[in-house]
Design a protein around this ligand. Structure first.
Ligand code: KIV
Length: 275
């Protein structure tokens, strides 16, 4: 049985921490799923850490669906959440519904995530009414990076903090089953967590959230362009990959790879017939 939204809500009631990680391919999703991580987000961070874009803004529905399908094939237990790309839920409620449905119907995800609070609450309500679980995302929402003027901590003034609380409450009211709080001061995230009944999942939002999410490439140290302050590299995969590639390159050039171990034999008599 896959993890359900009811189970995620219950985790908050029981005081059980919610873990979420991103994944963008079959193999990684399989490992994350086998470990027992309950939520896998196919984040539009895909654009930056996999596709090499400068921001998440160029990411398309086609790219998201392609990777979500791969993750769904790899994850048997976890809830797979598809991240709605920039401008796929802004123009109209109909547009938002159609694109949300594609994640569920075409890609096989169990839920979608979108950015925004009060301004998207009506759309969240309609998507939820149509039977699609929605995860909200507020704070430093990367699709608004140009409006924010960079990757800056959000909710630092009393007005901004009040707006973030209202955003979280609007998402709760609209029927979202959880909300991501990104790059928000830890005490504010803790306060929001206390004030709403749905789980808060923090990234750069401190320990007071109901759960945590990280981009898998940050956890693995496999994205060399930059490491956000909120990330902890549990391993430095770039170094390990570089070492393996250097060794392979060297062995091929030196003629020491492949050896017999990586080769296939053939009956000498068969070969003789060709001569
Ligand atoms: O796209 C993403 O990976 C995200 C997480 C950082 C929450 O939105």
């Amino acid at each position: 049985m896959r993890v359900t939204v009811t189970q995620v809500r219950e985790m908050k009631q029981k005081g059980e921490k919610v873990t979420m990680l991103t994944a963008y391919d079959y193999g990684t999703a399989r490992i994350v799923d086998e470990v027992g991580v309950p939520l896998i987000l196919v984040g539009d961070s895909l654009g930056m850490v996999v596709l090499g874009y400068e921001s998440t803004i160029p990411v398309t529905m086609a790219e998201m669906l392609h990777h979500t399908k791969a993750v769904v094939r790899g994850a048997k237990q976890a809830m797979v959440i598809g991240d709605m790309p920039f401008m796929t839920y802004h123009l109209s409620t109909e547009d938002a519904l159609r694109n949300a449905a594609r994640f569920i119907q075409e890609a096989g995800a169990q839920a979608i995530k979108l950015e925004g609070g009060v301004t998207v609450a009506e759309k969240v309500k309609r998507i939820v009414e149509c039977g699609i679980p929605v995860m909200g995302h507020i704070g430093l929402t990367p699709q608004s990076i140009h409006a924010f003027g960079g990757f800056k901590v959000q909710g630092k003034s009393p007005e901004a903090a009040r707006r973030l609380l209202q955003d979280a409450q609007a998402l709760e009211q609209a029927g979202a089953f959880a909300v991501v709080l990104e790059t928000v001061p830890a005490p504010l995230a803790a306060l929001i967590t206390q004030r709403i009944s749905i789980p808060t999942i923090g990234i750069g939002a401190g320990i007071g959230c109901d759960g945590q999410v990280q981009v898998i490439n940050d956890v693995l140290g496999s994205f060399a362009d930059f490491v956000p302050k909120h990330a902890k590299q549990y391993i430095k995969l770039t170094d390990i990959i570089r070492k393996a590639v250097i060794e392979y390159y060297g062995e091929v050039k030196a003629g020491t790879f492949p050896t017999e171990k990586q080769s296939f034999a053939m009956d000498e008599s068969m070969l003789a017939e060709l001569r």
